[in-house]
Write a new protein. Sequence first.
Length: 315
Amino acid sequence: MHAKILIIGACGQIGTELTKKLRSQYGKDAVIASDVRKGSPEFVNSGPFEVVNALDFNQVETVIEKYQIEDVYLMAALLSATAEKNPAFAWDLNMNSLFHVLNLAKAGKIKKIFWPSSIAVFGPTTPKDNTPQYTVMEPSTVYGISKQSGERWCEYYHNIFGVDVRSIRYPGLISWSTPPGGGTTDYAVDIYYKALSDGKYECFLSENTELPMMYMDDAIRATISIMDAPKENIKIRSSYNLAGISFTPKEIAAEIKKHIPDFSISYEPDFRQKIADSWPSSIDDSYARKDWGWKHEFDLESMTKDMLEHLSENV
């Protein structure tokens, strides 16, 4: 029998997929989903669900004690573009939710934490191509600043208090099952929806903006893999670089045109262009591959085929 799992922020883009996958692996009663508000009735009724405000320490502690939780996946966060519009709340949510969980682990209430970081920890002074695990990090967004700070605190709580916290730096994530959630890389999700519904797309990034991306199936597999890895294999307690595929809006549009020949794309860069320009174009994830056996499966071609197949059933 697997340890009881709590997912905080289960109704978000990653949380939804993670909840489904963990329940399919360990049984629905082993995985407690929680969020600040209820998601769709279908999702809420698919297993145990609790309304939990990640900023309320007592609510988090109560649900952990109620279900005798051992593993926590803290997925609640305000993403890059949304965070720029509300910096104070973004800092509060992204940092204090992490402190609550770290302190509960420090107190021995939980055994293991997953907390996601992001390529947003990098900045304009970071080497853009094949960005190394250890490099200059001068993030220029609220989201990136909070994630870089979180990495340092995760490492500190592990080194000083022995907290078993594990993290990966997500690249841009692409999924067919949940709509975009306010991230700068969300164009690569929205473009598929618009290709099928409208046959055209206006992109908020310029055509040659190359960014590291990953299909959601790979991201979920990486998340569960790092949590399932033996403790001694996790050598990095800040956050691991994670890579899948890198491409530009122009390249993804060309791939879509193979399936929808009449599809057209135009470019109207907005404030998100500046955010994207501060991020890497490709990532070196050799430490994740060496330490806990990470390997991505989807490339641009196979991802596009899978996205269009699934979305065409709903559009």
